[in-house]
Design a protein around this ligand. Structure first.
Ligand code: GRF
Length: 211
């Protein structure tokens, strides 16, 4: 009897609440993501993303990040790579992962790591991007799914969704509006990316169906 083709495996790295991880897992459950989340890894002990993964039966592991605040030390990077390999991860999604990934990590998954950022890049890279947009007086912001490269939020843009900044917005209400966009955009873009729908041309990612 022919064996069913195994689904591509997706590893997720996150440092925080894990709402995007949940949105990805929900999309998988609805049959909208042709992939299996094989492991969730966090650099923050007790981060809610770990418990949320455990609750769904997804293996979840805390890896101590080492002494630096903005990057992983070599031991942590090696450990995370080992775990991803052990669990067969072929694609990686960052979901609120707060450390920069270095060369060895990026080389292990060339063009196979995506991130979601809460602004319309290239505007407002870095931390608390929704707050930056609000303080700047922008009237429109949103979220961006992009490939991860060596820079901070500089990789090729795969998809974006806009969210207005309203006069009555607080930081919380704006973040909530951006989150709503993220939960729809991220799983959909990951599915398209894993299915090979993107063709990279210089800085541009073109959907094959739009050719
Ligand atoms: C999201 O807003 C994402 O854009 C940013 O980190 C946040 C993660 O939230 N990179 P959660 O952990 O998915 O709830």
């Amino acid at each position: 009897m022919p064996q069913p083709t195994p689904l591509p495996k997706l590893g997720i790295l996150g440092s925080g609440t894990g709402t995007n991880m949940v949105a990805i897992a929900d999309a998988q459950d609805r049959g909208e993501l042709p992939a299996e989340i094989c492991i969730v890894i966090s650099d923050v002990e007790g981060a809610p993303i770990l418990q949320k993964a455990t609750d769904r039966g997804i293996p979840s592991v805390y890896v101590p990040p080492g002494p630096y605040s903005a990057k992983l030390d070599e031991t942590a990077e090696q450990k995370i790579l080992e775990l991803l390999n052990e669990h067969g991860a072929q694609w990686i999604a960052l979901a609120g992962f707060m450390r920069i990934l270095k060369g060895a990590f990026l080389r292990a998954f060339p063009d196979r790591i995506v991130n979601i950022h809460p602004s319309l890049l290239p505007a407002f890279p870095g931390l608390r991007a929704w707050r930056q947009a609000m303080d700047y007086g922008a009237q429109m912001t949103g979220c961006t799914v992009h490939l991860v490269d060596r820079g901070i939020d500089t990789g090729t843009i795969l998809a974006q969704a806009a969210a207005p900044i309203l006069p009555e917005d607080t930081e919380e209400s704006l973040l909530e509006r951006i989150h709503q966009q993220e939960w729809a955009l991220y799983p959909k873009t990951i599915a398209q990316w894993i299915q090979g729908e993107y063709r990279i041309q210089g800085r541009r990612a073109l959907r094959r169906s739009q050719d």
